[in-house]
Design a protein around this ligand. Structure first.
Ligand SMILES: *Cc1c(COP(=O)(O)O)cnc(C)c1O
Length: 220
């Protein structure tokens, strides 16, 4: 299936309030341009170097989402242009983002990553850390970071009810956060295999790679 057709099929099923991020990690610029020409503007990458060189080579109205684990020493590389950072999984990332964004004299959109999966290998705040974090006055502490909501990844499993349970728990935390920060409008959850389930559980942003670009040669 062509990239344009795959995009069209997904977009046809998306409710209006849900944004599709095309996850282009490991994929060449030609593939990104094909999606771009079909109208796609939001793209996701998980490696800083790769996102930065793609940003340099490709049209400047692309909104780049950093969806991978963030190493704080690399934030300065993408601070000038990144659209949204999904993987804020510790306060150190918030303070570094704030510092680099202030140097660029811009606000950077960010999502707090929550650990909802069973796998220990996945990143994110646990429930207790999340509760503590939202009790502090985040906009005052990090004025150059605009926290827009939450991001999470479900367990890699065929068990749909487990995935649904994890998505629903993330949605509950999102509503809790939103009751304190009413401007929150983004719940980033759902990938190629589970985005429809994620939308049923309240997702407003899905991150889809292989269902658009085909399988990757190597896994990240
Ligand atoms: C790779 C990746 C995706 C997309 O995965 P697919 O299964 O190819 O859709 C989504 N989110 C994150 C954080 C990723 O690293």
């Amino acid at each position: 299936m062509s990239i344009a057709k795959a995009l069209q099929d997904i977009l046809a099923k998306l409710p209006q309030n849900v944004t599709l991020i095309a996850v282009s990690k490991t994929k060449p610029n030609e593939d990104i341009l094909e999606a771009y020409q079909a109208g796609q503007r939001h793209f996701g990458e998980n490696k800083v170097q790769e996102m930065t060189s793609k940003h340099e080579a490709l049209p400047k109205d692309i909104a780049w989402h950093m969806i991978g684990h963030v190493q704080t020493n690399k934030i300065k590389m993408f601070a000038p242009f990144v659209y949204m950072v999904h993987g804020v999984d510790r306060e150190k990332v918030l303070s570094e983002l704030n510092k680099e964004a202030s140097k660029c004299n811009r606000k950077i959109k960010a999502l707090l990553q929550i650990h909802i999966a069973e796998e220990e290998s996945k990143f994110g705040f646990d429930h207790r850390e999340f509760n503590e974090l939202i009790e502090s006055n985040l906009p005052q502490k990090y004025p150059y970071v605009e926290i827009c909501g939450l991001m999470g990844m479900a367990t890699f499993t065929e068990n749909q009810s487990q995935i649904a349970k994890e998505f629903n728990s993330l949605h509950e935390l999102f509503l809790l956060g939103k009751s304190k920060y009413p401007a929150w409008d983004t719940l980033s959850m759902g990938m190629s295999g589970d985005w429809e389930l994620a939308i049923q559980s309240g997702s407003t942003m899905i991150r889809v790679g292989s269902a658009i670009f085909g399988s990757r040669n190597y896994n990240h």
